[in-house]
Design a binder for this molecule. Sequence first.
Ligand code: UGY
Ligand code: MN
Length: 252
Amino acid sequence: MHNLGETRSSQRSNHLLLTPDTFVRSPLPGMTRCTAVVHVGPALGAGFAEYSVEFEAGGELGPVSVQRFLYVLDGALSLEVEGKRSELAVRGYAYLPQGCAHRVVATQTSQVVVIEKAYQPLASVDPPRWMISNEDAVSSHSLAEDPDLQVKCLLPDQVTFDFAVNTMVYQPGAALSMVEMHVMEHGLIMLEGGGIYRLGDSWYPVVAGDFIWMAPYCPQWFGAIGKVPAKYLIYKDWNRHPLAGTQHEPHR
Ligand code: UGY
Ligand code: MN
């Protein structure tokens, strides 16, 4: 059935909603037997890049010179770092610091979220080390004392990390307790369920598979709708002074 040019995807100055019907696949340098859907990057003003990768068995990512975060949506990865090989299953994730040589190979047909960002070092604080874990091993906490809204912080609570990646699970009917407006930007992948996302002055129905980018200060609110919990994976820049990276750098 022809969709006659209709889509839920929307691009505005302070946000982007990309739904799977509008995904365009492309190769990235060094990739073999896999393809990327680039969701956001500096082309839209973002300070990071986020893309999904669809691997054939044996497919491999190319190298990168910045920090890389991987989260396995489906399938399994073999990750080699410093001569050590680890398996990443579904909900497995890895943090690879800037300059850390590694190999990422899919051991079966797989789907993986990749987040990449240039590191903003802090004077007198060592950069983070690489880490591998699984979301199932991370404990959750309530947001704003609402037991129906659970957050898992996948990276350690240490100032050396210049970004955070969290999962958020909303029971049906749960919602953010406020419209947030903050300096951090977000990259968000809906993993399960759905609901209504307020972005700027628009309200969008969203479901698993959708991607959202929120620019700094984009007004944002979410309420879960349906009979199953809604879950998303969310990136934000974190732990850095607002003048970091400018000519007014406060911590050199
Ligand atoms: O961490 C956050 O800023 C998060 N509460 N934002 C969001 O879910 N849109
Ligand atoms: Mn937020």
